[in-house]
Design a protein. Sequence first.
Length: 88
Amino acid sequence: MPRPKSTFDDVREFEFREPEEVLETDTMYTVYEIARLLQGVDVDRELDAATESVFLDWAIPWMLDNEAQFCFAEPNDEESPGFYGLRD
C-alpha cells in the first residue's frame, strides 16, 4: 500500500555505487557475495533466506546495469554459483 513521504523519518536519494567502489580488481565473487558487499555486509556473514533474497533483488539489476564492467568465470561444479569480477 502506498504511503505519503511525510510518514517516513528518513527519505534519501536513490543511488548505486560504481562496481570499482564495491569490488576488488583482482578478486572474483559469487553473486551472493556481491549482494552482501553492496549492502555493506561481510561476505562470510550468514543470512536468512528472506534477507538474502532481498539482497539479490538489488544486486542482480545492478550487475546487469554495469555488465560492461564485469567478467565471468565458470563455477567449480554444476551445483555451485559462477564467479564475477571486474574486467581488466
